[in-house]
Write a protein of this length. Structure first.
Lengths: 280, 313
């Protein structure tokens, strides 16, 4: 091997060590969560804890459903996230259609309104919404909670979908109009089928926003029976006697779905999420 | 913004068709629907907060009256408010700088072609997709003073013989919350910056190579200028992310360990209304927060337009 080749080989090794080390550090919390949820509790409850599992036990996962109303939480979360997704899909399709294909005055103002909504901390709005819901007798209702969640994630979803509409040539839309479609007919028959990835992306974003959302859920839902998983999980944190293996088993279970779906649709939403633009 | 509006107008006159009128009213119907929806859940609550901030509404007090600017006078003199603002700015500054620079570094590292690049890319994207609640739960467990794995690593450093108390140590609480937030936030900046890096035309680098530029010179004179608008945009987005952040801080330290040393403005608002039941003053703090959001939004519009202009030219 010549000196040059040797140096290149050495640089390659250093590069891979760097990448693997960095990924290991980034993924460590995820790894630690999984390890502590698949080993017997005794291994985690000692110092120093073993860095690699010595024994695998699925007991935390199997006892999870007996110890806590996890099944109930899951049903609540599915209902909540499902309703949020439906509302967001309907409104985001209409909104980004108007933003992309229709001509009207006031687009920049509308864009600015969406942008401001997107920037708003949930904590600024939760107090008046809580008061409003209490006056209307809507506290503790999952559909009412999904309405708020949908309002908060709607702007981002409009940008994501607009991004996917933007890639459709305007001629296609105009051709549908010339063929006798009404604007909404053209939207349903030609634009929506062409933007399937965008629709999937928007559904994932909306679904897991409601799935993960904590502040509105913990404030607006009062009875333990209607808790979604996010609130149920966070309530385990407060109980000091909760066996950590089961808490982390629940957390693992809770995280699998968003991680898989987000990574699958990642390339469709990254541009949209950073593009919340006032492009008029 | 204005230029594109003019262009839009031109196009409108060009495509004047019989159905234009109907289409126009359709646009306004759709937009009205969305504005009304956001109105009920976002605009109306904010307007209500503005009104409440001029009253003395406290839970349990019967005669609620208008008190003019009294809450705002209190705000000016409220040391807790200024302290919370200071905490917020510190937290924001560290998260913005940390998330953007870590995102930039990892994007530069992964911009090369190598075997397993997609795996590494997905691995780094995981924290972005990871739920905040799960992150909090495992983080608290890692920081457990008795069994936490953080102490295993801490003890590798010379001079640390005792287990540390992590989240209840006033010196460590803020850095830990910041690290957790950066961990959650930087993968997003990584993904966006990587996309920006890959959009730089290869010919530019080839030309520079012909001219005899070395790697460092290329980084300084080509890569960094090309992605500056993206970096600026990410800095603004990260400042919004950190300003909004509630769950990560609330569930790890709750604003403590004591004296509100990790209590950002958003937490303070929540506490004032839901723990001290002072709705009027909570609303006043909310208005202050709203003013900051407005400022950040304008900054975002500016950053966005800069990036847009850079892309077009």
């Amino acid at each position: 091997m010549t000196a040059y080749k040797l140096r290149r080989f050495g640089a390659g090794v250093v590069f891979y060590v760097l990448i693997i080390g960095f990924c290991a550090v980034v993924l460590f919390p995820v790894y630690w969560m999984i390890v502590n949820s698949i080993q017997p509790l005794a291994h985690g409850m000692q110092f120093p804890p073993p860095l690699f599992p010595k024994e695998i036990s699925l007991l935390p996962f199997t006892t999870l459903f007996d110890s806590y109303p996890v099944a109930r939480w899951l049903v609540n979360s599915l209902l909540l996230a499902g309703m949020t997704t439906l509302i967001v899909l309907a409104l985001a399709v209409l909104g980004s259609f108007a933003m992309t294909f229709l001509k009207w005055r006031g687009k920049p103002a509308f864009g600015l309104l969406l942008l401001m909504t997107q920037m708003l901390p949930e904590a600024l709005v939760v107090i008046p919404v809580y008061a409003m819901y209490r006056n209307l007798g809507l506290s503790d209702s999952l559909p009412a909670l999904s309405l708020v969640d949908a309002a908060f994630i709607l702007p981002i979803c409009i940008w994501v979908l607009k991004n996917s509409f933007d890639s459709i040539a305007e001629e296609i839309y105009e051709a549908a109009l010339i063929d006798g479609c009404s604007p909404l007919g053209a939207l349903i028959r030609t634009l929506l089928p062409l933007s399937a990835p965008g629709l999937v992306a928007v559904s994932v974003v909306a679904f897991f926003y409601a799935w993960n959302e904590y502040l509105f859920a913990v404030t607006l839902v009062t009875s333990p029976d209607s808790r979604p998983v996010a609130v149920g999980l966070a309530s385990l944190k407060v109980m000091l006697d909760t066996p950590i293996d089961r808490v982390l088993a629940a957390a693992t279970f809770f995280s699998i779905f968003p991680v898989i779906f987000y990574l699958l649709i990642q390339r469709y939403i990254v541009t949209g999420l950073s593009a919340g633009a006032v492009k008029g | 913004m204005l230029q594109s509006e003019v262009a839009e107008q031109d196009r409108v006159t060009f495509t004047r068709r019989p159905w234009r009128r109907r289409q126009n009213s359709l646009a306004y119907t759709l937009v009205f629907l969305i504005v009304a929806y956001l109105g009920v859940f976002i605009l109306f609550p904010i307007a209500q907060q503005f009104l409440t901030s001029f009253s003395n509404n406290v839970v349990g007090v019967d005669n609620v009256t208008w008190v003019g600017l009294r809450n705002y006078e209190r705000l000016m003199e409220d040391e807790d408010f200024w302290f919370a603002l200071q905490v917020t700015l510190t937290y924001m500054a560290f998260v913005v700088v940390g998330a953007v620079s870590l995102g930039l570094l990892s994007a530069l590292l992964l911009n090369r072609k190598f075997r397993g690049r997609n795996v590494a890319r997905s691995a780094i994207a995981v924290p972005w997709a990871f739920p905040e609640i799960s992150a909090v739960l495992v983080f608290i467990w890692m920081c457990n003073p008795t069994f936490g794995v953080m102490n295993v690593f801490a003890r590798l450093f010379p001079g640390i013989e005792q287990n540390l108390n992590w989240l209840s140590d006033p010196k460590l609480a803020m850095p830990l919350v910041i690290i957790l937030s950066i961990w959650k936030a930087f993968p997003f900046t990584f993904l966006v910056i990587l996309a920006a890096l890959q959009a730089i035309p290869r010919e530019v680098y080839e030309a520079a190579e012909v001219d005899g530029a070395n790697r460092l010179q290329m980084l300084r004179h080509i890569t960094i200028p090309e992605i500056t608008p993206t970096l600026l945009l990410m800095a603004v987005l990260m400042s919004i992310f950190s300003f909004k952040q509630f769950t990560l801080i609330w569930l790890t330290t709750g604003g403590g360990p004591y004296g509100g040393i990790t209590e950002t403005l958003v937490l303070r608002i929540y506490q004032t209304a839901f723990r001290f039941f002072d709705l009027a003053y909570g609303a006043t703090l909310g208005v202050a927060g709203f003013v900051i959001v407005l400022g950040l939004t304008l900054l975002f519009v500016y950053a966005q337009q800069r990036q847009d202009r850079a892309r077009r030219s």
